[in-house]
Structure formats: C-alpha cells, structure tokens
Design a protein around this ligand. Structure first.
Ligand code: ARG
Ligand code: ZN
Length: 858
C-alpha cells in the first residue's frame, strides 16, 4: 500500500492518557496497556478505533472494564467498536524480545532489554494508534528480575520503585509532556552510569546519566561533556531550556541507526557514546559530540514540537541537523565543519537527487517510512533551513524560530507551519521558496562573468532537473553569496547575497577596470551545483587567495575535478595532461607550504574529490576509468611533492598527543601525507606507516597507519592487521574498524578479503554495526563495489537476500548503491540491474527492501 501525503486525515480519537505495565522477560514480556479515549471533535465521527499492530496477537481486550470479543482484525491492526464519547481500553499483549531481530519495538541486546519505536515500532509492543499526531501523557510501570535487570528506565521522571516477590523489583516513571508513541522508550538491564548534573538557565537542577555496560564507563567522559555543552548552547543560541528533572542516555550495541531522541531517555548506538583516545579517532570524537547534540536538540525540535505525519519528517530532522551542525561549527572549526558537511551532502545526497530514489525533502508518498530516513530529508533538509537563515540573517532567524517554538509547543506540526513562522517571525517572503519542499533534484546553476568598461556582469541561469514523478520543474529562489576579486591586486570587493529566482538573471558590478575573478556560492550558501567555464588560472588564483574558506576549498576541488573529468573523458593530449597536473601540483604545493593555514583546514584542501562525486559530474560514468585516473593523479602528486609531504610529515609527527585543534590537525595531515606517499613510493610509505602504527599513542594515528598498510602488498600489512586484532579483540567498536579498514582498502584483492572476513568467527549478520563495517565499507569502496566482473554487485545482492529476513531495515539500506545503474557505463549497468532483478524475483521480501528495489528498477 502506498501512503500519500494528500490523504492525511486527523485521527478520530484522542488518547490523553496511556498507562503501560510491563512484566519483563528476555524471552517473553507481557504488556498491559490502559488507554483513555475521547472523541476528537476535529475529526469525522468514528464508530470504532483502529489500533495498529505488527506481529502482535491480543491476549485480552477490555472496554470500560469489561472483557469484550466484538473486536476484529484488519490485517495486522485491531479494530474495536466504540459507541460513546469517552472510553477506557485495556489491552494485554505478549512479545518475545529475544526473537526480535528487526531491532524495532522491544528487543534484547546482550542481556538487556531496550526499545526503538520511531517510526513505527511502538505497534510491535502494543496495539495503539501509532501515528505522530496522537499525543498522550505516559505512565509506565515495569517489573522484572532484579539480578537480570538491576536498572529500570523509561521516559520522564522516576516516581516510585520497590521490591517484589521472587527476586523481582519494579519502578514507575511518569512523563508529564504529551508525546506521540514513537518517542516512548524503555530500558532494563545490568548497566552502570556516569552521573553528573546540569543547572538550566532558569535554575532547574537536572540529573544527567549516561548508562553503559560496566567495562565501558571510562569511555563516557566525552559524551557527558558534549551533552552539557549542547544544553548550554541550546539555551544561548535558541533560547531552549530542558524540561525534566532527569536526562538519561543509554548506549546499546545492537542498533539500526545512530541514536534516538525518546523523551528524557535517549537510546544510542554505542558508536556515538563511547570514546577515548586509545580506541576512538578524532573523527569518532566529533561524531559523538554531533550525535549527542542532535538527539538532545530534538527535545525541542521534534519532541516539544513534533510532526503531524511522517511526510513532515524533515520538519524535525532537517532543523535538528542544522542545529547540530551549527553547534559543531561553534565547538570546533567553523570552516572545516562547513566543508565536511558539504562533502557529506555531495557524497550522499546529490546521488539520491540524481537517481531513481530522488524525493523532495517533504516526500509525497511512501510504502515504508524507514526508507525515507535519507540524506535528502536530513541533510538537504538542513540546507533548506540554512538558506532561510542566510536570507534572514541570524537575528531575524532567531525571531522566526522563537515564534515557531512558541506557536507550536505541544503540537504536531507541519513543514508549512515552520515556513509560516519564518515568514511571520523572520520577516521573509517564502512564497516561491516553498518549492524547496516540493521539488526534488539538485538545481544546476550556470554562471558566466563578462566585463565591459568598468563593469563586470554576472549572468546566471538555473535548471532544476526532472526527477521520478516530477518531469517539469519551476525555477526556485537560490541565494548565492558572491564576491569579485581584482586579479592584479588580489583585493576582494564587497560580498553580495544574490537571489536567483528566475530562470535567468544578470547582476552588474561597477568599479572593475579588468575582468575580476568570481567567487560564487561562498560558504555553500545554496545546495546547488554551479556550472561555469572557468580558466585554470582563475581557480589557481582563488585556491590561493579566496578569503572564504569554503570557496577556497571549492576552487581547489574544481581545479582537480575539471582536470580529472577531462582526463577520464579522453579530452586531454599528453601536453594538456601535463599542464593540468602541473597546475594542480603547484596549487597543492602552495597549500602544503602556506604557513598561515591551520592544519585542520590544510587537511581539507588536501582531500581529492571522491570517486562518487566525480561520477556525478558525468551523465554516464565509468568507475574503472575514474578510479584509475584519480589514483594516477595521487601518485603523480605524491612523487612531485615528495619532499613537501615528507617535511610536513616530519613536522606533524613531532606534535605530542592532545585533543585540541592543533594536535588533531597534525594527526590529520600526517596520515594524508602517508596516503600520497603510499601512491608514489609504497615501500617507503609502508615503512613509515609501520613505524607510525607501532609508536601510536592514540587511535587516530594507529588507524591511519593501518589504513595505509591495508592497501599495500607488504609483509607489514599482515603483521599489523594481526596485531590490531589481537590488541583490541573483544572491543566491538574497534573490531568494527578492523573489518571496515580491510573492506575499504585499496588492496587489489579486497573482494577476496571481504569473502574471507564474512566467515570470520567475529562476523555476524545480527549486529548492524558489524554488517555495516564489512559490507557498507565495501559498497562505498569503488574499486571493490564496481569490480569489472560484477562480483561486488553480486556480493551486495547476496547480502541483501540473506539479511532481509533478519533485519529488513538494515538490508534495505544496501539497495541504493545498486540503484545507481542508469548512471554507470553499459556493461556494469547491466550487471547491477541484473542483481536488482534477482533480488526482486526472490519471494517474501520485506516491504522495506521491496520498495527500494522496485523504485531502483523504475
Ligand atoms: N530520529 C532518529 C534521529 O534522527 C532516527 C531514528 C530513525 N529510526 C528508524 N527506524 N528509521 O536522531
Ligand atoms: Zn534526528
């Protein structure tokens, strides 16, 4: 069944109060749900209530205190007749957490019980109107064996607890804030807490706890610091204060996604909680801070103001991603964070927008909502709100967000509500801007700068490409930050914010005696791709002079992308190839030697454009050629700049370990230097990497060295991989790295390695982190996934078929890489399509996988 946004109807019943009673057991948990019901005056009169269920049977149903049998089933749902205006229902169900391999609803994870309800997991616990516009206050009582479940947690504030018979105990929790069922959570297990406290701006004392397995306690400090910083930042930046007496976080090792913002009880993938320098990289530290902040910020953008229906998902996710991005910009390097976010958008979201799975940030239809937790809804959704912020300015934007929170507190809102609050509060006219919510596809902006007299004129035009179901597009308002540089003096004119809101427009700038250099989409002010004829000298100039760090990075990327795409498409003769490479080496050499750059930013400028992004620049891509050209360029640069890279390496290697920007910048460029050297002089790089591995006093250095070694054919490769495994055996998150490094490596036999690793005793299909560490690392490794004989495609298809019956949500996430087939050269495209057909032909596919495969085949 396809669910459509236009079919929204308010629910016939209000459920003001829910009382849940859990008799906990890993094998069987008995759930008694008591609901108070009242007719919803805003909905058409209903003679029954539809309660959603999923793999549930009713043990008993009572209406107004009496056992009834006049209910019936409609598929998985339970329909109970109701004739009055107010009723009470009591429904008993039994669930089997240990058998719940989908990790949705109530499930067991290494001896503990936990829940994941977003989007539609609550209906796997009890029959309920499992939709986000039904808001209730929850009272939860749970009891269970005290030795198995010493800690009993749910949403809200703890109210009472005590001892029961036969070694059991119980606890009661009450959440005063009305919430939809997807924010319900329960955790029971043998956990210990890192406890602290936070005083809010109005003086409320909040107890903070991060619950983990006993041995993990020493690795919770960074998460706790990040939580406190998030709480303070949200007060200062958005005026948002926390609203309960406790805030609990629980780390779980079996989890489908990153984390979940359940009211007062965030449940996290261990990957985004645990970090210490010995076992986590600098990137892991940043990811922990970012996800802790993200889930915390949902307390307002998601929980206090929630979504009316799942088509509005970006209302909470896009806004919350923007909020976590701004927080990370504030906590670390503004420029570097922006560049990283754009890189993620281009790597993950642009391919969605240009492929068969393209959808607007507010989708119009779905079959399985889990498939719409996408980079489009999250990351493009954040960019769309960021554009409003750019157009309004920070102060006016804050007025808009204040109005939004104020107007919709306690409600289930829509994207339209958000836009209207921005119009009324921030003073923006967003009539045409709403197209960003309804039209899919990455706009292409063509830019051309001409010069006459002392005026430079910028000619802009836009095309929003057709996407599935949307053949015709209207022009969108595209805010572009622009500046012009005098090429002789290097001086920059004023920065302008231009809004291109028609198919074509021109903008004139007086006061330029000669044709200036154009810096456009500075700070990546709009999520578009810019197309322009630009001379290499202009890019070299901007790569050296642009004062906007993103624009400087962009000039460097454009310089390399332009050269590589020309080379890949066979447009360069030997002389042109040599000239192009030399320009890149010149620009990169300047970056290596620029004393004014900090190393974190230098590290960004050194990153070669990814193979996926290069493929996006072509209508039909040949992954083999892209890989070969990019690799050859890296080897050339490594050789040409060998002494600069060596000098850089030696300088960085002297910086002692610290968690600050200077030391983490040094670690970043150190491994990058190794990567370039490995391409040009593998023997020397192997030696340096082995040494870096042995001397490492932190995971960033050790993992970086091992990553380089994993791609080389050196005896050190085997030694260090074995050492790493032995050293960290039993630490699941680090063993995940061990799998991922091998599956993501540049080694020519990577697919054989993956095949062998799938049989390793530590590999299992039942843990999503482990599955992703092996197979997602492979799927995003172009030379492995796009192996010319199609073995990579077949391996991913085999995985999808094996995983689908166990964990459909995670299985379906492997379909999109195969869905790229229309943009790949014919031989590979046919192999990819054939694998999709093979999956489609298998019986009993989950709704998740079926939808993704059907859309991918088109
Ligand atoms: N709301 C969570 C977050 O963004 C993600 C939960 C997604 N869950 C799912 N089953 N798709 O923080
Ligand atoms: Zn979120």
């Amino acid at each position: 069944v396809t669910i459509r946004r236009e079919d929204y109807q308010p629910f016939g019943w209000l459920v003001p109060e829910v009382a849940l009673d859990f008799d906990l057991g890993l094998e069987t948990t008995r759930v008694t749900a008591r609901l108070t019901l009242a007719r919803n005056a805003k909905a058409p009169r209903a003679e029954a209530i539809r309660l959603n269920g999923d793999e549930l049977e009713p043990v008993s149903v009572k209406r107004d205190g009496e056992v009834v049998n006049d209910w019936h089933r409609d598929g998985a749902d339970l329909i109970v007749p109701l004739s009055g205006d107010a009723h009470a229902l009591e429904i008993v169900t039994e669930v089997a957490p240990a058998k719940n391999t989908k990790l949705m609803g109530l499930y067991a994870s290494s001896g503990m019980l936990c829940t994941q309800c977003e989007a539609e997991g609550f209906r796997r616990i009890t029959f309920f109107p499992d939709r986000p516009d039904v808001l209730s206050t929850y009272r939860v009582r749970m009891s269970g064996d005290k030795a198995t479940f010493p800690v009993l947690l749910s949403n809200g504030n703890p109210e009472a607890s005590g001892e029961g018979d036969n070694g059991t105990h119980w606890a009661e929790w009450h959440d005063p804030w009305p919430k939809p069922s997807y924010l319900f959570a329960l955790v029971a297990g043998d956990l210990v807490a890192n406890s602290s406290s936070f005083t809010t701006m109005s003086g409320r004392e909040v107890a903070l706890n991060i619950y983990v397995r006993e041995g993990d306690l020493p690795r919770t400090g960074h998460a706790m610091d990040s939580l406190k910083a998030s709480m303070r930042w949200d007060e200062e930046t958005f005026g948002r204060e926390y609203d309960l007496d406790v805030f609990n976080i629980v780390a779980v090792s079996d989890f489908n996604m990153g984390a979940m913002e359940n009211k007062g009880l965030n449940v996290f993938n261990t990957k985004y909680v645990l970090a210490d320098p010995e076992t986590a990289t600098d990137a892991d530290f940043d990811a922990v801070a970012g996800v802790i902040a993200h889930e915390y910020f949902h307390n307002w953008s998601g929980n206090r103001v929630t979504c009316r229906d799942w088509f509005q998902l970006s209302l909470k996710e896009g806004f919350t991603v923007l909020r976590d991005q701004l927080f990370s910009q504030y906590m670390g390097s503004d420029a570097v964070k922006r560049i990283e976010d754009v890189r993620v958008l281009r790597a993950a979201q642009f391919p969605e927008d240009s492929g068969p799975l393209a959808h607007p940030i507010r989708p119009d239809s779905y079959r399985e909502i889990s498939n719409f937790y996408t980079a489009t809804v999250y990351n493009k959704g954040a960019e769309v709100i960021r554009m409003m912020r750019t157009m309004a300015g920070e102060e006016a934007f804050r007025k808009g967000s204040d109005l939004y929170f104020d107007r919709h507190d306690g409600e289930a809102a829509t994207c339209e509500d958000f836009v209207r609050a921005m119009e009324d509060g921030a003073g923006l006219d967003l009539k045409q801007f709403r197209l960003w919510y309804s039209q899919a596809g990455t706009p292409k902006v063509r830019a051309q700068l001409t010069h006459e007299g002392n005026t430079a004129t910028l000619h802009l035009s836009q095309i929003v490409p057709p996407t599935p179901g949307q053949p015709e597009k209207q022009p969108m308002p595209i805010p572009l930050k622009v500046a012009l540089f005098d090429r002789a003096s290097g001086e920059r004119g004023e920065e302008h914010l231009l809004v291109l809101d028609k198919e074509e427009a021109s903008f004139a700038f007086a006061g330029f005696a000669a044709l200036p250099a154009l810096s456009i989409n500075r700070g990546f002010s709009a999520p578009v791709s810019i197309e322009r004829e630009v001379a290499r000298e202009e890019l070299v100039f901007l790569a050296a002079h642009d004062d906007d760090p993103f624009a400087r990075y962009e000039a460097m990327q454009d310089l390399i992308v332009g050269h590589l795409v020309d080379a890949i498409e066979g447009r360069l003769d030997e002389a042109q190839r040599a000239a192009g490479r030399a320009d890149i080496a010149g620009a990169l050499g300047a970056v290596l030697r620029d004393a004014a750059l900090d190393d974190l930013m230098r590290g960004e400028l050194l990153v070669l454009p990814g193979e996926g992004y290069l493929a996006e620049q072509q209508t039909v891509a040949d992954p083999g050629k892209i890989h070969a050209e990019r690799r050859a360029l890296r080897a050339y640069l490594g050789a040409q700049l060998a002494s600069d890279f060596t000098a850089l390496y030696e300088r960085a290697a002297k910086v002692p370990f610290a968690l600050d920007a200077e030391a983490s910048g040094a670690r970043k460029i150190k491994t990058q230097a190794l990567v370039y050297l490995a391409a040009s002089d593998p023997a020397r790089a192997a030696e340096l990497a082995a040494q870096q591995y042995d001397m490492a006093d932190n995971m960033t250095d050790r993992q970086g060295a091992l990553m380089v070694l994993a791609g080389l054919d050196s005896p050190e490769r085997t030694h260090k991989l074995l050492d790493f495994y032995n050293r960290y055996q039993g630490n699941a998150l680090v063993i995940d790295k061990w799998f991922a490094l091998q599956a993501g490596s540049l080694h020519p036999n990577v697919l054989e390695h993956v095949r062998a690793l799938a049989k390793h005793p530590d590999f299992t299909l039942s843990n999503p982190n482990r599955v992703r560490s092996l197979y997602m690392a492979m799927a995003v490794n172009p030379q492995a996934f796009h192996a010319a004989d199609g073995a990579g495609y077949a391996m991913i298809a085999d995985l999808i078929l094996a995983l689908d019956p166990i964990n459909p949500q995670t299985a379906a996430r492997f379909v999109p890489p195969l869905g790229r087939w229309r943009r790949i050269e014919p031989l590979r495209a046919e192999q990819m399509r054939a694998q999709l057909e093979r999956i489609a032909a298998a019986g009993n596919l989950s709704r998740d996988t079926q939808e993704q495969v059907a859309r991918s085949l088109g």
